[in-house]
Design a protein around this ligand. Sequence first.
Ligand SMILES: [Zn+2]
Length: 414
Amino acid sequence: MSTFFDDLEGRSALQRKTDQNRRLSEMIAVAYRHSSRVKETMDGLDLKPRDIASVDDLEKLPVISREELVELERRDPPFGGLCAADVNVARIFTSPGPVYEPHLGEGQLWARGYFAAGFRRGDRVLNTFSYHMVAAGLTFHEGLRAVEATVIPSGTSGTEMQVQLIRDLGVTGYTGTPSFLNAIIAKAEEMGHAFREDFRLRRASFVAEPLQPSLRKRFEEIYGIDTYQMYGATEVGDIAYECSAKEGWHICEDVIVEIVDPATGRSVEPGQLGEVVVTRLNDTFLLFRFGTGDLSRIIQDGCPCGRTARRLGGIAGRVGEAVKVRGMFIAPSQVARVREAFPRVTFQVVVTRENYRDFLIVVVVDDEGYGAVGDTRFGELFHSICAVRIDRIEKVQGGLHEEGKPLIDKREWK
Ligand SMILES: [Zn+2]
């Protein structure tokens, strides 16, 4: 049996880069000719299609946030001049904003993610995403069909109906949000079923909502469900997916992902935290450098699964929540990871400005693990997760500042 969805997943980094540069050049040429918006932007920056010849050249173009896309589409409906007028669009979806999205590509979206999660022919999969107006239901449906799984389009039906389908149809897999699967399991138990013993559901692929480690553990250990995550955005389709190694998400072959400093739009150093900016290589929706607003970083190491695509190290939070300290972004979720490793220590991170330099202070409640923070293990772990060194440790009596928020920015720029 094949290990990958297709050969592209095992190609060398050089082959991938060469191929993506070629496809990007083609997309820029199409966009310059057919997209009024892209032509206007490039003319304004004095750029010709030949100036965007490689992935590294993308930085010459501006990042477009979701809010900016909404505004572009409002001024020039329906697609903000990002879609050629004569393209044969199969479907138009919408999402809150509103954003109108032409259907992206036929059939292959999300297939890599479902394949990596182990979905195959013979699986019967409950697709609990809405099929109404939004892209989710139909696009995930097609991804499941691309790996030849049978789909039950249960959509947003109530939990009792979902339990009935799982029972009556011998459902083996689930796709949807983790919280909804949790609600379905609770309903099944309320209806008198022993979920693991009575049902065949053994595989779940989650998207659109973070999977809390504790909930993952519950699904896997108590209910025997093998869980996987996928990541994407309705404007650009699938972006990355988890493999059986379950350490980071491989970037899909049809997208270019940049990790950038949200303030400048330029790439951060490899491995550092920044905003996920995505360009989907396609000739329908000519959207370059879509800023997701999500924070992540690239995992550089190779993956034991054999896929050669770089991996995203999960989503660390949203751009607005991060604090930039000495050039590195720290997100509250990173501080939370350090807290998980030292559960007996009550602390928070406060960033100040001292002698014209960012200063990182760990504030610890006295008597609640203060000794452990002075330990070099704490400092090393903090540095490995947050990529910034601690400058000082301070004791407080009573409680933490600002109701114990994990990360506080107290800098004043006077
Ligand atoms: Zn892998």
